[in-house]
Design a binder for this molecule. Structure first.
Ligand SMILES: Cc1cc2nc3c(=O)[nH]c(=O)nc-3n(C[C@H](O)[C@H](O)[C@H](O)COP(=O)(O)O)c2cc1C
Length: 255
């Protein structure tokens, strides 16, 4: 069933370049985003961050067992500190968020949108502390909850990006159930290296903004991804500025 007002919503994202720094929890702060934005990347992602109490408690537990996470007592101070720094290079900023509750997403998303940033719902994290509170990848097992997050946000004029891993649930089912306007898909296949293009073949007919992610390490792969997606993203090569610059330089701006 379509939600009221959905037809009025469009994801109107104009990037100066079809490249995106994907989320890395505990690493992508404002300064890291500024460094990558300065290389000419189109959009940079702050976070992932936990935006409600339950998800922050989960983050603290993850840090106790050695994971990198952003820990803070006040979400708004964190955003106030990091968004302006990330914004300095002119890249679009997205903020990747996790919450146990729909209300947690809505509250944080309003601040993020009011700060001029894109909201990215993290349906990707598969750490058990996040999964047990209904955050991260567990949203793919509860598509009605994911849909209600999207509906709540869209009903107040916020169009989120949905970040998820491919080959977890049938991607056409996710798109048909949730009707996202914009997706950021980690084209991952268990036991294999590289970008799984079959994921995007399966959703070819779905008209939404698509960002393709996973092992986009060379200009050749980036150009191939751009044949099936509106933009490509990268995470782990972000420390290799030469590789990032090669991705930026190899893709003409007027694709
Ligand atoms: C250290 C680290 C932290 C990550 N944290 C997040 C996160 O908080 N939210 C998210 O959606 N994805 C997260 N990811 C996944 C990446 O955004 C990306 O989907 C994945 O690394 C595959 O892209 P790559 O092959 O370019 O690294 C993380 C990845 C790494 C390596």
């Amino acid at each position: 069933m379509e939600s009221a007002g959905r037809d009025c919503v469009t994801f109107n994202l104009r990037l100066r370049h079809p490249s995106v720094l994907a989320a890395m929890a505990g690493r992508n702060d404002g300064k890291f985003c500024r460094t990558i934005g300065a290389l000419g990347v189109g959009m940079v992602t702050i976070g992932g961050i936990s935006v409600d109490q339950k998800s922050m408690t989960a983050s603290r537990k993850m840090v106790e067992r050695g994971r990198h996470e952003f820990l803070f007592d006040d979400l708004y101070s964190f955003l106030e500190e990091n968004i302006p720094v990330a914004t300095e290079t002119g890249a679009v900023i997205s903020v990747n968020i996790r919450s146990a509750t729909v209300a947690g997403y809505v509250e944080a998303a309003h601040y993020i949108q009011d700060s001029g940033c894109v909201v990215e719902i993290n349906a990707h994290c598969r750490q058990r502390e996040m999964m047990v509170i209904g955050a991260g990848q567990s949203l793919l097992k509860d598509l009605h909850k994911l849909k209600s997050i999207v509906d709540e946000l869209e009903s107040t004029g916020i169009t989120p990006l949905i970040k998820f891993r491919g080959n977890v649930e049938p991607e056409p089912l996710i798109l048909e159930t949730v009707h996202p306007q914009a997706v950021h898909i980690d084209a991952y296949r268990e036991g294999e290296k590289g970008f799984d293009f079959s994921i995007f073949d399966r959703i070819l007919g779905h008209d939404c903004f698509k960002i393709g992610n996973n092992s986009v390490n060379t200009p050749d792969v980036a150009l191939k991804v751009l044949k099936v997606c509106d933009a490509f993203s990268f995470a782990q090569i972000a420390w290799n500025h030469t590789a990032v610059k090669a991705l930026v330089d190899a893709v003409p701006l007027n694709l």
